[in-house]
Design a protein around this ligand. Sequence first.
Ligand code: SAM
Length: 323
Amino acid sequence: TDTDTADEAVRATCDDATICKRYATSKGYWKDPYIQYFVRSVGERKAPEINRGYYARVQGVDHLLDAFIKKAECDCQVINLGAGLDTTFWRLKDKNLMPRKFFEVDFPTVVARKIHNIKKKTFCASASYVFQLLPSVCLGFVCTDAHSLDSDRYCIIGADLRDISSLDEKLKKFQLNPELPTLLLSECVLVYMTPSQSSNVVHWAAETFHTAMFINYEQVNMSDRFGQVMIENLQRRQCTLAGVEACQSLDSQKERFLKTGWQHADALDMITVYSMLPQEDMARIESLEFLDERELLQQLLQHYSICWATKDRLNLGNAHVTL
Ligand code: SAM
């Protein structure tokens, strides 16, 4: 059916993100020793503005995520919605910032692929430090079925984010604790849902957790010519940005949260995030590859944003977490 084709095209986007991250890490933009287990080959060259954009995205998201986990002194949980093949869990472990439990949710077929990769011998054997430091992660997997994986600290769940009651039920089945400070993360995910479906997700999160932060990274300023071209490029691959109406401006990004029970919301476009990178980081990454047209970087990064929203009944100071 049309819905199946559309969903399949959306699922395929998880490879795009990981392929780009794999390429950028191979060029030395940042370190991720785990990503190679999910995408084997480095693949085709990507333009420098794309790599710089991914750098700013990873730095920006990690900065907010780490700050939240530090405020909670790791006594918290993280839920990565539409996690795809993301490696954040493993990277947090390396930074000694492991939350009590880290959940990932994606479509069952994406989850099945990820679980297969994690369980493949190569993952644990070559990353033997993971094996030793985290017996509960590598050895203690309780695989209930092909579409979910559970351990003390790490849990991967196959679910459709458009079906909130089933999402809620599955997370609780895997010991989600609504009383714990909770960080929700969605990177290029909500934009594939209609505005009402993404509002439902954001609303569910605000209702479920009293102390929480939601980080959403996705397209913004989509009504101009450049935005239209981005939409057309995805449509050529049968991929519809159903949520594009919620991506018209930084204000519309914030509004989605403020209308659904979140206390604070902030949003920045990625060219601003990029310009806020520490001088030495910027000098380092700008020396990695020559960029002849700065205009392209500007345009591309003006069309992505990070929005973050908070609720803070426990007074952890989440509202002061900022980029
Ligand atoms: N967040 C990951 C990252 O940044 O590397 C993956 C991003 S990828 C562009 C979008 C992901 O969202 C895909 O893995 C896709 O399967 C997932 N996704 C989109 N809509 C979804 C839905 N309704 N239910 C579950 N997962 C969904």
